[in-house]
Design a protein around this ligand. Structure first.
Ligand code: SOE
Length: 381
């Protein structure tokens, strides 16, 4: 694994726990974690259960005993590491968003295509596809249970930046993160809406805005849990991204990505309205799916809550007895299940780097639209 921050902890949990519950076709060995700071990386190895630590990612990917490289660094390093790892013949799992620009994502997708010809697999970590209720929503749409999709509302709402004195993290630095709420959480909303509906966002009109231009720099600590220093720095990314989109079927979608929605902590919500029903998923209630069956007798119409904890629901069988909940981290185990299965069976895992590139094009189109008075922009232009 390259990197060991918040996502490193989440991925480590997935690698550690998945083989204990699922009958995996391969047995993951958590060999080496790699980071820039030797002491912090060694501490991460000890905490999360990796056998070794290293400060040299090139040496890590050159090792003969490494088969898989899991990239959990900020976006500015994804392209270089992923392309080098694929060229070294390693299977690659890379965190989202795939890259910081369309050009980087294209180069990564080309490298993944070349590697696929040699049996090497690449996948991007849009983990929320693997929350059972979200996967089940996709299954219901695919089975025609809501009819033809007419309208989608997808939003990812957080509030950890509402305090203007909250310190800068790499997520507020364009050179590291590529964009702000748009790429950090809007990318999830786009991917999940496309995954559940089975459609792509083909054109967009949007607006992105920075609400607080300057913040204290990070003092002690890292990332979201760091403290403020007395020095200040410029925020170079968007805080809020709002956009509308047209899907491949002609259906309309609205998207919202913000870290300023007071009171919403991690609300990734997707509501899909169809000709004979509707679905509503909310990550803050991740064991539930609201389902509306428009074919029911008029007197019985209404959204009903499905508790997605049955063994027949996606991914649920190996976990706990029916009715016992899953949490945020389980998606990372499911990601390990799907990725190792694809590697073992020689199938192409999804979301692929091409899927990640497409999301990157949507993000880029939103920024271009915003820069040009919200003009409609084709995502594949
Ligand atoms: C922070 O906004 C963050 O951790 C994102 O980086 C993740 O992608 C999202 O899953 C949760 O929020």
């Amino acid at each position: 694994m390259i990197g060991h921050g918040f996502m490193g902890a989440a991925h480590s949990q997935g690698w550690r726990v998945a083989p204990r519950f699922f009958d995996l076709p391969l047995d993951p060995v958590m060999q080496v974690v790699t980071g820039r700071d030797a002491a912090a990386t060694a501490a991460a190895a000890a905490t999360w259960g990796w056998s070794e630590s290293s400060t040299d990612w090139r040496a890590t990917i050159a090792r003969e005993d490494i088969d898989v490289v899991d990239i959990v660094t900020p976006g500015d390093t994804h392209a270089e590491i992923a392309i080098a790892a694929l060229e070294a013949g390693k299977h690659v799992l890379c965190e989202k968003p795939l890259a910081n620009s369309v050009a980087e994502a294209e180069a990564m997708t080309d490298a993944a295509a070349r590697a696929a010809a040699r049996g090497i697999r690449a996948m991007v970590g849009f983990t929320y596809r693997r929350v059972p209720a979200a996967t089940f929503a996709r299954d219901l749409v695919a089975a025609g249970r809501i009819g033809e999709v007419r309208q989608v509302r997808a939003e990812y709402l957080q509030d950890w930046l509402i305090d203007p004195e909250a310190p800068m993290t790499w997520r507020l630095d364009r050179t590291k993160a590529g964009s702000g709420s748009l790429g950090d959480i809007g990318a999830h909303a786009v991917d999940l809406a496309e995954y559940i509906t089975g459609q792509t966002v083909d054109s967009v009109s949007g607006i992105v805005e920075t609400l607080v231009e300057e913040r204290p720099l990070l003092g002690e600590g890292i990332g979201l849990s760091g403290t403020a220093s007395t020095e200040r720095g410029r925020v170079t990314v968007d805080d809020v991204a709002l956009f509308t989109g047209r899907l491949s079927s002609g259906a309309l979608a609205s998207f919202e990505a913000t870290r300023y929605r007071t009171g919403r902590k991690n609300a990734l919500r997707v509501e899909v309205s169809g000709t004979s029903g509707a679905l509503s998923f909310d990550l803050e209630r991740l064991n539930e799916l609201d389902f509306y069956d428009a074919t029911a007798p008029g007197t019985e119409l209404g959204f009903r809550r499905i508790l997605v904890t049955e063994h027949d629901h996606p991914y649920l069988a190996p976990w706990w007895p029916t009715g016992h909940m899953l949490g945020y981290e389980h998606g990372f185990s499911h990601q390990v299940v799907d990725f190792t299965t694809a590697v073992a069976e020689g199938t192409a895992p999804r979301p692929s780097f091409a899927d990640g590139l497409h999301v990157q094009r949507v993000l880029d189109a939103v920024e271009r639209s915003s820069a040009d008075q919200s003009r409609w922009v084709q995502t594949n232009d």
